[in-house]
Every structure is written in structure tokens, then in C-alpha cells.
Unconditional design. Sequence first.
Length: 266
Amino acid sequence: MSSWAIGDVQGCFAELQDLLTAIAFVPGRDRLFLLGDLVNRGPNSLDVLRWAFTTPGVEAVLGNHDLWLLALHQGLAEQRKGDSLKQVLAACDCDQLLRWLRGRPILMEAQGYVMVHAALHPQWTWHQARSRARRIEACLRADRSEMLLRCYLKGSSDTGELNSAVSELAQDLGFFTRLRCLDADGRARRDVVGPLAELPEGCLPWWRWPGASRAGMKLLFGHWSAIGVHREEGICALDSGCVWGRQLSAFCLDDERLVQVEARSS
């Protein structure tokens, strides 16, 4: 049995199949962890969802594009330029697939690794991160999911006293699924998406923040395609920008091997 983590697929189903062949993935024998953003921008989001839903041994965390799909399905937003989700929303099995998607975790653990889509806030202890993730997951699977997604889309914690608990969860959800770096005052900078060498003065990637409570943790995440596959002590970023014409990447949890396939030409 082998265990692998794969970065942002984003509807690139053909490349996903190429990568599964390259790592000799056997459903039901091996384990596969998808690091969020299964859908959107790529051409075959519906195929990716159907495959992940039906294939034994596949697990996934929620990413920001997955949450966007859930919000569209609930009528909380309208599709944007660049979205490629119409086929999913029109599918006969859309409701079933999105019930499954809504039930995916925010944080996964396996073989000493912690996996999220984007980040852990550097001020959280490990126990706080796990607890916050579990509360978000419970809210997404309950009647309050619409309220949580509304707050998440607003990107603001100012949603009124009655919804203060959900607002806090939405802010945490933003850290798990959107965070890349923080400025000198510790504020998340959602506008910064470029490579590490081009970060504005005073900004640091979340894992380098002074005093980050990550002792003993090994973290796998995606989301930041501009830095590609990036390894530092205790972290490995795996969004290598397949949907932008680069690569799709898999990391072996057993021996830290990296396997990549090139994006197919459109």
C-alpha cells in the first residue's frame, strides 16, 4: 500500500489520470489525498468529482474553488468569468456529488502529516487548528452552511452580533482555504498571489511567521500556484499550476518522493 498527496487538480481530469498511472495508483489498495480545489478553471470538473466520489481510497480537503461551487449551487453567488462549473451544476447527479463534497474535511491527518488546502494560521496551536477545522466541518454539514458560506464569500467578520459565532468560523475558513502570507501587522494579504521573491516589503509566507506554533508538524498544502512545488523544513507546497499549463504533482507520504506530469496542451 502506498499513500500519496496531490495538489490542486482544478478540473484537469486527463492529467490526473496520467499522474495516477505514473504513481501506479491502485484503488482500494493505495490511499490518495487531494489537497483541495478539485474543480474549476480546468475543462473536466464533473469527471474529477465523479471519479473522486466513486473511487475507493480517495480522500480530499475542501479548497476555495470547491467552496465557490457549493455557494453557486445554493444560489449564493453567480458564476464569474473564468469559471468552468456549468457542466457540474447541470449534471443529473449534481445534488449527490455536492452532498459528498460538502462533507469533505477542512483538515486531514495521515502518517504524521497534516493536510489543508492553503494554510494554518501561524498563531494557532495544533490543537486549536484541529478544533477550529472540526467546528467548520460541522457547520458546513448542518443547516447553518448557507450562513457560513455567505460570511465566507463576504470575506469579513462584520456580520452582526447574532451571527458572531458563524462569522468567526468564516474567518477561520478563510485562513484554511485562502491564506498565503501576512503583512508586518499580522493581517492576511489576499491580494498577494505572486512568487516568494516578489512579496511586498514586510510580508511573510504564513509558515515563516515568527513564533508559528508548528513544532513537530509536517504540513502539505496547495493553493499557491505561483510558488509551485516548494519545500522547507516541515512544509511542502504542491500546487504546481497544472491548470495554468505547468504540472500536476504527487508527493509520497511513505518516502517523500515527488512525481509530476506535464499539463496536456489544449
